[in-house]
Write a protein that binds this ligand. Structure first.
Ligand code: HEM
Length: 284
């Protein structure tokens, strides 16, 4: 963790110290991305420090903004239950088919875990966008499972890369339901998942649809936008992501994306504890 000056370090240490009172205000919810925030069984101090540092960094070490966002994040997690979305709920098959997670521990820093959204493949299943909440629960579930593949204690693998493959969208309009789902997901990512994205590639984007990029990027902060790369030709992805499948994306991997998909992602020990707590509460 790097601090540009003493003030940044002091803000970080202050927020860490305030964690018990932040958690208390969120009705005791002390889980973040599968980790326990307060000391006790299953607590990992090093990881908690990294997670708090990410919040501080995202809000430029402004104490009040950092605390406000962290509190809002815990409150949102308490209500939304992203652990359930990731490990308990069954999502629409058409959605599950377009989300892929890959992991390559030999890949360059922060290109080791990649979330692939093959949104072009939804061309035939436009109905999946009709319920924005359902779509959001699917997408957050995928995001959370991807986060479980990261190692927050390792600076070369503590943020992820994402790819949107728009192969096949050329005849689509940006209809209102897609726009609504897109906005909703972007809002949640921006508010509750700070400093977790390394880079985001939009590939197979037909030149005629570059205007969509101009519309969607207005929903996104300048800091996030700097991480975006738009490529018309999907095969160029390999120049940026060397571990990508060679046949589909011009990378070095001989395996197809389907073969690289990590299907079994284990919940963390604290996820399991939280899931058991939810189930017990439902039984009572
Ligand atoms: C974000 C779907 C077309 C650029 C998103 C998101 C969804 C989505 C669901 C939310 C973020 C996420 O899931 O990671 C779609 C669908 C499209 C489409 C179904 C088909 C019509 C396009 C096109 C572009 C584009 C043609 C042009 C490059 C973006 C950008 C974001 C985004 C810049 C913001 C990403 C972020 O904040 O993480 N899209 N999109 N989209 N999309 Fe698309």
């Amino acid at each position: 963790m790097e601090f540009a000056n003493d003030n940044e370090r002091q803000v970080f240490e202050k927020v860490l110290k305030e964690l018990p009172s932040i958690v208390e205000k969120c009705q005791g919810y002390d889980e973040l991305y599968g980790y326990k925030l307060l000391p006790g069984e299953l607590y990992d101090e090093k990881v908690v420090e990294v997670l708090i540092y990410k919040f501080c960094k995202a809000y430029k070490f402004d104490h009040d903004q950092t605390v406000m966002t962290l509190s809002a994040t815990l409150e949102w997690r308490r209500k939304f239950d992203p652990i359930s979305a990731a490990f308990r709920e069954k999502h629409d098959d058409a959605l599950e088919a377009v989300g892929v997670l890959t992991r390559d521990s030999d890949a360059p820093a922060n290109l080791k875990v990649i979330t692939w959204n093959l949104y072009g493949g939804l061309l035939k299943n436009k109905e999946v966008f009709s319920d924005a909440q359902k779509f959001l629960r699917y997408r957050i579930g995928l995001m959370e499972r991807g986060l479980r593949l990261l190692d927050f204690a390792d600076p070369t693998n503590n943020s992820m890369t994402q790819v949107h493959d728009y192969d096949g969208v050329s005849i689509w309009r940006m209809d209102p339901q897609i726009k609504k789902c897109t906005k909703e997901v972007i809002n949640v990512f921006q508010s509750y998942y700070p400093e977790l994205l390394h880079a985001k590639y939009f590939i197979n984007v037909p030149s005629l649809l570059t205007w969509v990029y101009d519309v969607v990027k207005t929903f996104v902060s300048e800091e996030t936008r700097k991480k975006f790369v738009v490529l018309n030709d999907g095969k160029k992805l390999g120049q940026y992501v060397p571990s990508a499948p060679s046949a589909e994306y011009g990378g070095k991997s001989k395996s197809s994306l389907k073969e690289l998909n990590v299907k079994e992602i284990k919940p963390s020990e604290y996820d399991i504890y939280m899931l058991e707590k939810t189930v017990n509460a439902e039984i009572e």
